[in-house]
Design a protein around this ligand. Structure first.
Ligand SMILES: [Zn+2]
Ligand SMILES: [Zn+2]
Length: 271
């Protein structure tokens, strides 16, 4: 029995004798099946061919990516808070060195993931740190391919997982697409951990919103207005995106507001 991992998206599936017939995450219109056809690997194989790359972003945030590129290529973020360390988003690899390194910094208190493209090997990460809770939004439950007792499904628009650390359901990219706001982040000025729910653009001075990134399917005006509304109460200066070094490091609130207005104007809608 093996937990197979989809090579294209990095999602780990429930134990089976043989690989699943297909990957529902990749067959969905937000993703794609690799051109060579569906293919599978395992965590044990990845541990022999890939490594985790740690990149400190600032005093409280460290990016964790997979080297060389694997799957979608996103990073996880180790977020150090006064309440303990939270792993924001996830990647398809975990190894002993990463567990040692994070344990030396106090281990993990929780895992929270923005949306199904980054669920990857979340169950392995939780188990490696004493089955810490994995917070996922209930509206994306159908996309969980390997269920696990540590998964804690939450409902509604907001869920505070520790004082000042709030999960916010923006929707858009997925119905349950979530960002995390840290009131203590950015030296108390506020930070948003955005996945690609609020996608940090290549200029690192604007953000955007999409149903599908690889297939270029935009969101409609109602979805983008809603993201603007749910984020309205929050103060933040930094926005940490889904990929290595894709961060807005100053004026995050103004960058976000300008970007929402620009998006709506670009699709011919009123703010
Ligand atoms: Zn897949
Ligand atoms: Zn995505």
């Amino acid at each position: 029995m093996t937990s197979f991992i989809c090579v294209t998206c990095g999602t780990q599936f429930a134990m089976g004798e043989a690989p699943p017939a297909s990957c529902p995450i990749c067959e969905d219109d937000r993703q794609f099946v690799r051109w060579e056809g569906q293919s599978w690997t395992t965590l044990e194989k990845l541990q022999t061919t890939h490594k985790l790359r740690f990149e400190d972003e600032d005093e409280s945030v460290t990016g964790i990516g997979v080297d060389p590129h694997f799957g979608i290529g996103q990073r996880a973020l180790l977020v150090r808070t006064p309440e303990g360390n939270v792993l924001w988003d996830c990647v398809a690899l975990i190894d002993d060195e990463a567990v040692r390194r994070i344990t030396a910094q106090g281990g993990l208190k929780a895992i929270a993931i923005s949306h199904p493209h980054y669920y990857t090997v979340m169950a392995e990460w939780s188990d490696a740190f004493g089955r810490v809770p994995i917070y996922l939004h209930e509206d994306d439950r159908e996309w969980v391919m390997r269920d696990h007792p540590a998964i804690s499904y939450w409902k509604g628009d907001e869920h505070e997982i520790a004082p000042g650390l709030t999960l916010i359901c923006c929707g858009g990219h997925f119905p349950g697409a979530t960002v995390m706001h840290s009131a203590q982040g950015a030296s108390g000025e506020g930070a948003v951990f955005a996945g690609d729910v609020i996608a940090v653009n290549m200029d690192r001075a604007s953000v955007s919103f999409m149903h599908s990134f690889p297939n270029y399917i935009p969101l409609d005006a109602a979805a983008v207005r809603r993201i603007g509304e749910v984020m309205a109460p929050y103060r933040f200066v930094k926005i940490y995106g889904a990929f290595a070094r894709r961060n807005v490091m100053a004026d995050g609130r103004a960058v976000f507001d300008r970007s929402v207005a620009r998006y709506l104007e670009a699709i011919g809608a009123k703010s």
